[in-house]
Structure formats: structure tokens, C-alpha cells
Design a protein around this ligand. Structure first.
Ligand code: APR
Length: 256
């Protein structure tokens, strides 16, 4: 814990009380929760989109037009994700699930770190970078199945494979969209961690939860559009600072 320990500690304790007494808590996570695992976020200081214009590198039209160019960026991102390990933020959410106080995580991330930390109920809203898909024949592959020296990775039908992640201009996978809406509609608390809350339709999920009376707890070192609009508790700390402390406080409350 860094700045203003007493006021941050107070927010941690308030958040833990809300989570411990919640009927159904759901988390929404974004790239910020994986920053301390060495994976750059997209926006903000040293954001990936500062280096690569998303409209030139992250739209489905750009991929179809020039897959080799996009795979060059993806290979750099893949090298970062490949070696990444879960951090205290992922572990804190996994502990809340094991305490029975987190129903699911809706994640915008494609790094698989929530599952690696032990979370079992993870809704991958933007797909998963560990899988590849053929846009032509729809075959899916695990990344390990394709030798990475074959660049770009090719399908057995001789078309270029694409990571099984949602590019701008693509739809959210229907199963993920339905599962996320079901969870959000039933929750009475949403923990929003490490997202700039700018990309739809994920950015609408906290508003949807709030409109049903859910308590919104935001963990982000920086303010977002949610902070002053709908956050009931805003903790301006990193996920790795805040989430293990919250999980420990919830564990203590459940023992009482
Ligand atoms: N802990 C918590 N939050 C953090 C941390 C940290 N250690 N470091 C940075 N953040 C916050 C930033 O302040 C920012 O608000 O994480 C947020 C990251 O925002 P984005 O980079 O915009 O990531 P995200 O919100 O997940 O982006 C949504 O945009 O480009 C698309 O598909 C991509 O899924 C992504 C979507």
C-alpha cells in the first residue's frame, strides 16, 4: 500500500465488507490487471496502441488485407504473453472465487492469466490468444499445434490462421456475450479492475449492473468514465496492491 495508507486501507475494508455480504459478485477485468505480469496495456503510458495504431493493426479488415503485417505485431505481443505469469491481482480474484465470493470473471484480456491463477469461471469476452482460427474453413488450433517458424501460421486448407481473438469490426462470440449478460443481470456487485472502460460492448456492462442496483467497486490507478459516474468505491491503486489486500480482508470477515 502506498499513498494515504489510512484512506486506502479504509477503502479496502469497505470493499471487503461489500464483497463479503454480496449475494453474487462478478468481476470485469481489462489489460491493467496484467500490466504487472509484463504485458503492456493498450492505452495510457507506454500503451501498445501508442506504438501500433489500432485502426491499422487491430481491425479485421486490416488483418484480411495484410495478415503478414499484422502477424508481425502479434508475434511481438505473443512473445510478451507467452512468458507471462499471473500476478497478485489475478491471484486475489482466484482467492475470492475459492472463498465463494466471486461468481465469475468477465475478462477483456486474451492472455489466459486468470485461468493460470486458478480462476475457473472465466468468460473470455474478446476470445483467447492461445487459440488460432481459420477464417476460411473455421478450423481451430491450439497455438502449440502450429510450428511458429511457419510464419504466418497456416491452416491445413492453406489459408492464413488468425488468433481466436476479437478484432475491431468483429462481433463478440455469442456464447461469451450471453454468459456475460446473464452474470451481469443477476449480480449485486461488480468489481471493475484495470479497464479504461472505453471499448463497447464491454464498457456497458458496469452501467448495466448499476442500473440493476449493483454496487460498483473500481480498482484502477487512474480515473475512468466510471469513476465519477457510477463507482460506489474507487480504489486508485494497482490490482497487485489492492486485490490481495481485499481478498485477505474478505477471508477475515468470513471467519468471524
Ligand atoms: N492495475 C490496475 N489497473 C491498471 C494497472 C494496474 N497495475 N496499470 C494500468 N491500469 C489501468 C489503466 O489506468 C487503464 O485504465 O488499466 C487500464 C487499461 O486500459 P486499456 O489499455 O484501454 O485496456 P482495456 O480497457 O482492457 O482495453 C479494452 O480495447 O483495444 C481493445 O481489445 C482491446 O480488450 C482491449 C479493449
Amino acid at each position: 500500500m502506498t499513498r494515504g495508507d489510512s484512506d486506502v486501507q479504509g477503502l479496502i475494508e469497505r470493499a471487503a465488507e461489500k464483497i463479503a455480504s454480496a449475494r453474487k459478485a462478478v468481476a470485469l477485468t481489462g489489460a491493467g490487471i496484467s500490466v504487472d505480469s509484463g504485458i503492456p496495456a493498450f492505452r495510457g503510458t507506454q500503451g501498445l496502441w501508442d506504438k501500433y495504431d489500432p485502426m491499422e493493426y487491430a481491425t479485421i479488415d486490416a488483418f484480411v488485407a495484410n495478415p503478414v503485417k499484422i502477424w508481425t505485431m502479434l508475434r511481438e505481443l505473443g512473445d510478451l504473453i507467452g512468458g507471462a505469469k499471473p500476478n497478485g491481482g489475478h491471484a486475489g480474484l482466484a482467492e475470492l472465487e475459492s472463498l465463494g465470493k466471486l461468481s465469475s470473471i468477465v475478462t477483456q484480456n486474451v492472455d489466459g492469466l486468470h485461468q493460470a491463477a486458478g480462476s475457473s469461471s472465466v468468460i473470455e469476452f474478446h476470445g483467447n490468444g492461445r487459440r488460432l482460427i481459420c477464417l476460411s474453413c473455421k478450423r481451430r488450433y491450439d497455438r502449440e499445434q502450429i510450428p511458429m517458424d511457419s510464419f504466418p501460421p497456416m491452416c491445413v486448407c492453406f489459408n492464413v490462421l488468425k488468433p481466436d481473438v476479437v478484432f475491431f469490426g468483429e462481433l463478440i462470440p455469442m456464447h461469451a456475450l450471453m454468459a456475460a449478460h446473464a452474470e451481469v443481470e443477476e449480480c449485486d456487485l461488480m468489481l471493475v479492475v484495470g479497464t479504461s472502460a472505453q471499448v463497447e460492448p464491454a464498457a456497458s456492462l458496469p452501467y448495466s449492473a448499476k442500473s440493476r442496483g449493483a454496487t460498483i467497486i473500481e480498482i484502477n490507478p487512474e480515473p475512468t468514465p466510471l469513476t465519477h459516474n457510477i463507482a460506489d468505491i474507487a480504489i486508485h491503486e494497482s490490482a497487485t496492491n489492492a486485490l490481495p489486500a481485499i481478498a485477505a480482508a474478505v477471508r477475515g470477515l468470513l471467519r468471524e
